[in-house]
Design a binder for this molecule. Structure first.
Ligand SMILES: *Cc1c(COP(=O)(O)O)cnc(C)c1O
Length: 354
């Protein structure tokens, strides 16, 4: 049967019924890839899989939540949605609103959103409101204005977002035949780590998995409220998708940490970019900087033994590398070769670089 998106696929496990009109772009069902070269470089016996969420319709996992949030907003008669965003939520909201024929208002931090994400929000026709502030300011404003204007909030404080996003855990259990030992994610608002935990618990309770994983949340060192144990007022990181100092799912994520025997940690921007590059060069997988935080953290904890040998580890790659071409190109040192359009010069370029 044709795959028509995660709501239809998992409709028995989602808050929809036969009268609900699904707003879908075919999201979910993303590649689950076993890393072949990086474990050997670490010199450890571990099985690492990546869930490549960058291959969702708008290039990030946000689509899993947005299909649900927009479906339910439309079902409730909403004509407009609103979100604060570090970029990917705005791209996703803009696309699903276009699909549904409703309006999207997106609040983004001025000058701090990756180019690809801005292009998406603009192309899909969202009303873009730049704020002279950061994501946390935007989130505060969105919550306030929703009481004064006819708009539905589609940030991850919308419970339907987490419902949609829990399906990623279902897909992983179906691929592995059980839950992994460790599931590592980049953490911003901590909606996604909470949603995955919901999914794993649901599958375990229903006998579809024998166990649940330890949930491990990695943050960028300059924006690491969970690792620090307190809110951060001026978050800074090259990984703009997780440049968040006041996470919305603070209590929920602490519950996940405790229940799953997981932990939070902070990763330097340097280690994040190195992991992004390693993944592209060694495995052929291009994710955005924030996404590489999961692998960067996992590699550190595998090396120091916190994640023991023999473990099965899943790292979520939350968004596609093409989202942020500026950061990608800035870290590449490979020289481009310029030649005249003659065979000899091509030949020399090849032979000199074998
Ligand atoms: C939104 C986002 C995150 C953070 O997810 P939270 O649910 O806010 O913790 C991580 N990476 C990317 C690429 C994102 O777009």
């Amino acid at each position: 049967m044709r795959y028509t998106g995660l709501i239809n696929h998992y409709k028995d496990r989602l808050p929809v019924d036969e009268n609900t009109k699904f707003i879908s772009l075919g999201e979910g069902n993303t590649p689950f890839i076993r890393l072949e070269n990086i474990p050997a470089l670490l010199g450890k016996e571990v099985d690492i899989y990546v869930k490549y969420e960058g291959l969702n319709p708008t290039g990030s996992f946000k689509d899993r939540g947005m299909t649900m949030a927009v479906t339910k907003a439309v079902e409730a008669g909403s004509k407009a949605i609103i979100c604060a965003s570090t970029g990917n939520t705005s791209a996703s909201a803009a696309a699903y609103a276009a699909r549904a024929g409703i309006k999207a208002f997106v609040l983004i931090p001025e000058g701090k959103i990756a180019l690809g994400k801005l292009a998406q929000a603009m192309m899909h026709g969202a009303v873009i409101i730049q704020i002279k502030g950061n994501f946390d300011d935007g989130m505060r404003l969105v919550k306030e204005v929703a009481d004064h204007a006819p708009v539905s909030i589609v940030n991850s404080i919308n419970p339907f977002r987490l419902q949609g996003q829990k399906t990623a855990a279902f897909e992983i259990v179906e691929e592995l035949g059980d839950a992994p030992d460790y599931h590592c994610l980049p953490v911003g608002n901590a909606g996604n780590i909470s949603a995955h935990w919901m999914g794993y618990k649901e599958y375990q309770q229903d006998g579809k998995a024998k166990k649940t994983p330890a949930m491990v949340g990695y943050q960028a060192a300059g924006a690491a409220p969970f690792a620090k144990g307190e809110m951060v007022d001026n978050p800074e990181t090259i990984a703009t998708a997780i440049r968040i100092g006041h996470p919305q799912s603070w209590d929920l994520a602490h519950k996940v940490e405790k229940e799953s025997n997981g932990w939070f940690d902070a990763i330097t921007d340097e280690a994040i970019l190195a992991a992004q590059k390693l993944l592209t060069e060694q495995e052929g997988i291009f994710c955005e900087p924030a996404s590489a935080t999961s692998l960067a953290g996992a590699m550190i904890d595998i090396k120091n033994g916190k994640i023991p040998e023999g473990s099965t580890i899943v790292c979520t790659l939350t968004g596609h590398g093409l989202k942020d071409p500026d950061t990608a190109i800035a870290q590449c040192t490979n020289e481009m070769i310029l030649i005249n359009p003659v065979m000899d010069e091509v030949k020399n370029a090849i032979l000199n670089n074998m």
